[in-house]
Write a protein that binds this ligand. Structure first.
Ligand SMILES: *Cc1c(COP(=O)(O)O)cnc(C)c1O
Length: 386
């Protein structure tokens, strides 16, 4: 008999360099492995399990929908995706929502909206989208092209045409690009996640909004990782006082089931018409019911707790020996350690804490509802690994 690890290594494509942990169950902020070892979850499946594992409220939303039907296709009306779209619009002021199944697909929709809006409003030769260096927007050929990190591109050229990368926080460089090119949109992450948990500077984001009015282009905010309460607000753009035209989101939205969404403002709500875009699974009833239960719980009171827990993490690691810098927003924290981040994460896992890396940082994305007690225990274990 092959062990789980052997079976996976034999039959699953080699795209993931997994940690040596075989997870068999979980509950709340804990996971358990095949040896019965308990882990505190400081990664939430890369910011997906917003309310931890097997959360009772989330589970009952899923089970309730499972008892009705699991899928109908988008040929018919169903309650969960309509309710989710209404909730998202009412919480944000956006006008319409397109549902897909992942972050990359949410961004694909945003990109298609920008291209069609630009060709409708600025002419067929207007299609270029500016994204930031060190960004991450997904793994499809087009979202890879959007991703401003050369090493992801190398093996897959030629990628989709029409993306220009510019350095984050460099207002002059951005001004030069938008004044010299006919731009459809600029796409940003308010906090670069995979790039190293780096928030954008407020001035840069504000200036981007000014330029978008001056040169008539759209602002797309990729909130796949930062969205749905992760940074202490419903969406991270809300910290910056801007009003994007399109917001893409996924990860935490379904609380562990695959769903992505593109939120469309009044400026672009009717850009896509019948047949212009679609997804067989998009807005799947089980995933949408799960997402409704997640979004309903992201109240101001709950988000204030997220912010308080963020402050606890930041104050625990700031000015600590072995730590060079702490960055991020809300429960999306990057810790630049003196030791290589991968080594810190490896020893944290050995000591029973699952956390992540992002470039040269240790990255913490705990469940939003993690208890302060578990958070303190995890912080102390990570500190002991520095
Ligand atoms: C994870 C991520 C994506 C890609 O999401 P998938 O669901 O893996 O397709 C896109 N953008 C950002 C900012 C992400 O963090």
């Amino acid at each position: 008999m092959k062990t789980l690890t052997q079976k996976d290594k034999t039959y699953v494509a080699n795209t993931y360099n997994r940690f040596p942990v075989e997870i068999v169950s979980g509950e709340g902020s804990y996971f358990y492995d095949t040896n019965g070892k308990k882990y505190i979850d400081m990664g939430s499946g890369i910011g997906v399990n917003a309310f931890g594992t097997a959360d009772e409220v989330w589970k009952s939303a899923v089970i309730n929908q499972l008892g009705k039907f699991q899928h109908t296709s988008n040929l018919y009306y169903t309650e969960p995706s309509a309710e989710l779209a209404e909730l998202l619009c009412k919480k944000t002021g956006f006008k319409k929502v397109f549902f897909g199944n992942s972050g990359a697909e949410a961004n694909e929709c945003a990109i298609k909206v920008a291209r069609k809006w630009a060709s409708d409003n600025k002419g067929a030769d207007c299609y270029k989208i500016v994204t930031l260096q060190n960004s991450f927007h997904g793994r499809t050929i087009t979202t890879l092209a959007a991703t401003g990190q050369e090493h992801y591109h190398e093996l897959f050229n030629p990628l989709t045409d029409g993306f220009i990368h510019t350095p984050a926080n460099d207002i002059e460089a951005l001004k030069k690009i938008v004044s010299e090119n006919n731009i459809a949109a600029v796409m940003i992450e308010c906090v670069q996640g995979e790039g190293g948990v780096i928030p954008l500077e407020a001035d840069f984001v504000k200036e981007l909004e000014t330029l978008s009015k001056q040169y008539n282009f759209l602002i797309i905010v990729d909130e796949v990782q930062t969205g749905n309460g992760r940074t202490g607000k419903m969406y991270a753009y809300m910290h910056f006082g801007i009003k994007p035209d399109v917001v893409s989101t996924a990860k935490g939205l379904g609380g562990g089931l695959p769903i992505g969404a593109a939120l469309l403002s009044e400026r672009v709500e009717n850009v896509l018409g019948f047949g212009d875009h679609g997804s067989t699974y998009g807005g799947n009833p089980i995933c949408a019911a799960a997402a409704v239960s997640v979004v309903k719980r992201l109240t101001d009171e709950f988000l204030a707790e997220v912010t308080a827990k963020s402050e606890l993490i930041v104050s625990s690691f700031e000015n600590l020996e072995g730590v060079e810098a702490v960055s991020g927003m809300g429960l999306m924290v990057g810790i630049k350690t003196v030791k290589p981040a991968a080594e810190v994460v490896k020893s944290a896992i050995e000591k029973g804490v699952l956390c992540l890396t992002a470039k040269d940082k240790v990255r913490l994305l705990p469940p939003l509802n993690i208890s302060v007690e578990d958070l303190k225990t995890a912080i102390n274990i990570i500190k002991s690994c520095l």
